[in-house]
Design a protein around this ligand. Structure first.
Ligand SMILES: CC(=O)SCCNC(=O)CCNC(=O)[C@H](O)C(C)(C)COP(=O)(O)OP(=O)(O)OC[C@H]1O[C@@H](n2cnc3c(N)ncnc32)[C@H](O)[C@@H]1OP(=O)(O)O
Ligand SMILES: O=C([O-])CC(=O)C(=O)O
Length: 380
């Protein structure tokens, strides 16, 4: 399943060790701490997966209840953070809001660390970010778009999946929507040395703080070649009213050598194991909402891309339609990825710190051998 990897972008080079995740390994595929992604998506809650990644093992019933309770208690945003979020303009991108929110929280509640106990507060900071990142983006979104100041504590909704949708829609989601959101958060939680996680690890390797690592990672996730692809995929498919229209438009894109967002992967060669899972849920939501074209447009895109280019849907493509069926605005798609991947990022930061050496690769120099100094007045 893994590609033959070579060339630029550090592709195919091991940049360190991890016990958190396998991606594209023969006979292993995608696993979190040894647990298969299909099994986790079928049986686990996002909170269980977060606990597994951060605390090292699946929680028992009491540990899970305690953890859920703890995350619920941590949901409130400090007043100065709310005030800062209210200053961010409505047309800002929500990923930039999250980047600022994370960084601002780092000023208000810096990660605890001392000479005697370096990074003693790392788990507390990670849990606080898991609990507040959904609130940060939705507090800002609802304030700037709907003129309301939402209650981010939301103490009657236990799951983070339900909490997110409740803050967005002002009503508790259906069991189906809570389940799909829960699965989505599990699928996005962790993926080895992807670009944003590697950003976090590089930052951690300088012995920087958790909020700096996560702020940097949010910036890396934002781009359309990484997490931003779920939004770009939605923007692409949204105007297409039928599968035939989608096929014609896609063929034109390919003829023009355009990149098609939501397809291809740096590591997987034939399939992204997360796609089958989210695709199944997208289909279910399409049936539930009475959708008459978005799912069939998406399916046709998948067929055309495979037929023409042997390119397959990555995790992002069917997330686009699934989120749309749940009434989630496109610009909140990548922020949901953040709400999930914070678990993987924080686990990697802690893993890097536990066996650290500053990450500092070399470069192949391609500039001039020797340049003669020219006085400023003599320069062309
Ligand atoms: C959750 C995630 O972050 S998953 C990734 C989300 N990103 C996207 O969906 C963006 C679209 N996809 C891409 O840009 C790429 O497939 C990436 C960034 C994911 C991986 O990049 P790479 O590892 O460099 O891709 P790879 O080496 O397989 O590319 C091989 C060829 O296929 C082409 N290709 C790869 N993906 C696509 C695509 N989505 N559309 C069109 N052509 C593509 C490349 O342009 C390249 O062609 P070339 O050799 O003529 O230059
Ligand atoms: O692994 C990657 O390069 C990108 C990806 O799918 C992820 O981060 O989930």
């Amino acid at each position: 399943m893994a590609k033959v990897l070579s060339g630029a972008g550090l592709r195919g080079q091991s940049a360190g060790e991890t016990a958190l995740c396998t991606v594209g390994k023969a006979a292993a595929g995608l696993t979190y701490r040894g647990y298969d992604i299909d099994v986790l998506a079928e049986h686990a809650s996002f909170e269980e997966v977060a606990y597994l990644l951060l605390y090292g093992a699946l929680p028992n019933r009491v540990q899970l209840q305690d953890y859920e309770h703890k995350l619920m208690q941590l949901r409130s945003l400090p007043e100065p953070l709310k005030a800062a979020l209210e200053l961010i303009p409505k047309d800002a991108h929500p990923m930039d809001v999250m980047r600022t929110g994370c960084s601002f929280l780092g000023n208000l509640e810096p990660e605890q660390s001392s000479e005697q106990q370096p990074f003693s507060g790392q788990l507390a900071s990670a849990d606080r970010l898991i609990a507040t990142l959904p609130a940060m983006v939705l507090y800002w979104y609802r304030f700037t778009h709907d003129g309301v100041r939402i209650d981010t504590q939301n103490s009657h909704v236990a799951s983070l999946a339900g909490h997110f949708l409740t803050m967005l829609h002002d009503e508790e989601p259906s069991a189906l929507h809570t389940q799909v959101m829960n699965v989505s958060l599990i699928l996005y939680a962790e993926h080895e040395f992807n670009a944003s996680t590697f950003t976090a690890r590089v930052c951690a390797s300088t012995l920087s703080d958790m909020h700096s690592c996560v702020t940097g990672a949010i910036g890396s996730l934002r781009g359309p070649l990484h997490g931003g692809a779920n939004e770009a995929a939605m923007e692409m498919i949204e105007p297409w009213q039928s599968a035939d229209e989608a096929e014609a438009a896609l063929l034109t894109k390919l003829a023009n050598k355009e990149k098609v967002m939501g397809f291809g992967h740096a590591i997987y060669s034939e399939r992204d194991p997360r796609n089958d899972i989210i695709k199944k849920w997208s289909k279910k939501l399409s049936e539930e909402t009475g959708d008459d074209h978005l799912y069939s447009v998406s399916e046709r895109c998948e067929a055309v891309m495979w037929r023409e280019k042997k390119l397959f849907c990555n995790a992002d493509f069917f997330h686009a339609s699934a989120y749309r069926f749940m009434g989630i605005p496109t610009k909140l798609f990548t922020p949901i990825f953040v709400c999930s991947r914070i678990t993987g990022w924080a686990a990697h930061v802690m893993e890097q710190r536990a066996n650290n050496r500053i990450i500092r690769p070399s470069a192949d120099y391609t500039g001039p051998d020797h340049a003669e100094w020219v006085a400023i007045d003599d320069r062309p």
